[in-house]
Every structure is written in structure tokens, then in C-alpha cells.
Design a protein around this ligand. Structure first.
Ligand code: ADP
Length: 242
């Protein structure tokens, strides 16, 4: 699915704009990272995309459909957050299958199909045979892979990732970045990642939007940004300065 963000603005409590006229398009199957320092508006933009926050102005178009004020259009969005938010009282398999179980009757796969889909996802995250475990019995990296599998189970129209790696230690984080990228490509889902970590954005994303003070300072492929940072801010934030 392609996503078009058209001049989106947002302020809270009548204060100055957290986002000012942000426009951006994400192509079908693309992995885009929103990268910027804390407070630059990344999460607010992601929350507007997910429907958690309503924009003051502007428009969101998903595959030619204006979804700005259509919460139902977001039901098939997959989301992964920093804190894994797995259901603690549910097994890994039940966590992964959750989104499939609560689908509308018309769309919901049969029990056998749901089980097959969960098995397939367990294999994809290298956790075949671990469906009976509970979240407390998993490592942080495994939990985050389960969260990925749960988000992907519903064949999401869009995958939204908010700092999904930041609670993990460096080694696990590197490993997980690779599996997230790999899973995204295998499933072919359009993905948007929020991060303040330049290395992370450059490793997983096709394109990176560098944000500052509620605006996109520059957007491009990692190679483009490295070769031609458009402003001194981008240059120093990416650690490219002299
Ligand atoms: P980032 O994700 O880049 O760290 P955020 O989008 O979380 O940035 O925040 C951008 C700015 O908006 C910050 O100054 C933050 O304090 C403010 N902000 C975010 N959400 C709210 C809210 N619900 N109410 C008031 N201010 C908010």
C-alpha cells in the first residue's frame, strides 16, 4: 500500500506546532524511517498515521483512499512498540494469533487456517516449537520477534514501528534489526519506523526522513543522505561533520 501524507499539522493545547505542514509519500512495499532527535515530532506523526492522534489540518491517503477521519481504515494496521505489550497471560501462539481471532466473522480464517498461519509465523521468526511458551519465559529479543509476528499475522496494510529496538541491548538489537528488515521484505508490507538512532535507520530503511522541530529537514536513501546532507543539522545529526 502507498501512503500519502499531505500538509499535516498538529499542536497540543494551543501551543506552538509540534508538526507544521508535513508532507511525505511512502511507496508500496517501501521501508521508511522517521529519524530525528527527541521532541522532533516523530511519534506524533506516527500516531497521526495510526489514528491515535487526530491532525489539526492535512490529509492522509492510503492507496487513493482518504483515511484522515476513517478509524476503521486502520484496523488492518500492524503495530510494534518499544515495550512489547504482549499479553502476559497468553501463550506465544495465542499472542500471534490474537489479531486473527478478533477479525470480523466474514474475514476471520478458520481455526485450522489460523493455526497454520501461526505455525508459519513461528517458523519465520525462528521460534518453531515455542508456541506453548509464555512471554515471561522469553528473552527480550524473542518477545520483540513475537510482537513482530503478531503484527504481521493479520497481513497488515501498513506496519508501524515505534522504537521497537530501544529496550534491547546492543547485540540483540543488531540481530533484531536484520530480522525485522528480512520479515518486512518477505511479507512485502509497507513499513514506517520511528527511531532516534541513525545507524538503525540506515540499516533497515529504504529511505530516511530526517525530522527537526516538527518538519522534515531532508528525505532520501541512506546513500543520498550520506553523500549529500542538505543542511548542517542533517550533517551533524548523522555524524557526518568534520
Ligand atoms: P519525538 O517522537 O520525535 O520524540 P514527539 O512527537 O513525541 O517527538 O513530541 C514532539 C513534541 O510534542 C514534544 O515537545 C512533546 O512534548 C509534544 N507532545 C507530544 N504529545 C503531546 C501531548 N499529547 N500533549 C502535549 N504535548 C505533546
Amino acid at each position: 500500500m502507498s501512503l500519502e501524507i499531505d500538509r499535516v499539522s498538529k499542536s497540543f493545547d494551543g501551543k506552538s506546532a509540534v508538526l507544521g505542514d508535513v508532507s511525505l509519500s511512502v511507496e508500496d512495499g517501501e521501508f521508511l524511517a522517521l529519524l530525528g532527535p527527541s521532541g522532533s515530532g516523530k511519534t506524533t506523526l506516527l500516531n497521526i498515521i495510526s489514528g491515535l492522534t487526530a491532525p489539526d489540518r492535512g490529509k492522509l491517503v492510503l492507496n487513493d483512499e482518504d483515511i484522515t477521519s476513517v478509524p476503521a481504515a486502520r484496523r488492518r494496521f500492524g503495530m510494534v512498540f518499544q515495550s512489547y505489550a504482549l499479553f502476559r497471560h497468553m501463550s506465544v501462539a495465542d499472542n500471534i494469533g490474537f489479531g486473527l481471532r478478533v477479525m470480523d466473522r466474514a474475514e476471520r480464517p478458520s481455526k485450522a487456517d489460523r493455526k497454520a498461519r501461526v505455525e508459519e509465523l513461528l517458523a519465520m521468526i525462528d521460534m518453531a516449537g515455542l508456541g506453548d511458551r509464555y512471554p515471561a519465559q522469553l528473552s527480550g529479543g524473542q518477545r520483540q520477534r513475537v510482537a513482530m509476528a503478531r503484527a504481521l499475522a493479520i497481513s497488515p496494510r501498513l506496519l508501524l514501528l515505534d522504537e521497537p529496538f530501544s529496550a534491547l541491548d546492543a547485540l540483540v538489537r543488531r540481530d533484531l534489526r536484520r530480522s525485522v528488515r528480512d520479515l518486512q521484505q518477505r511479507v512485502g508490507v509497507t513499513a514506517i519506523l520511528v527511531t532516534h538512532d541513525q545507524a538503525e535507520a540506515f540499516e533497515v530503511a529504504d529511505r530516511v526522513a530526517v525530522m527537526r522541530d516538527g518538519a522534515i529537514e531532508q528525505i532520501g536513501t541512506p546513500d543520498e543522505l550520506r553523500a549529500r546532507p542538505a543542511t548542517p543539522f542533517v550533517e551533524s545529526f548523522l555524524g557526518l561533520g568534520p
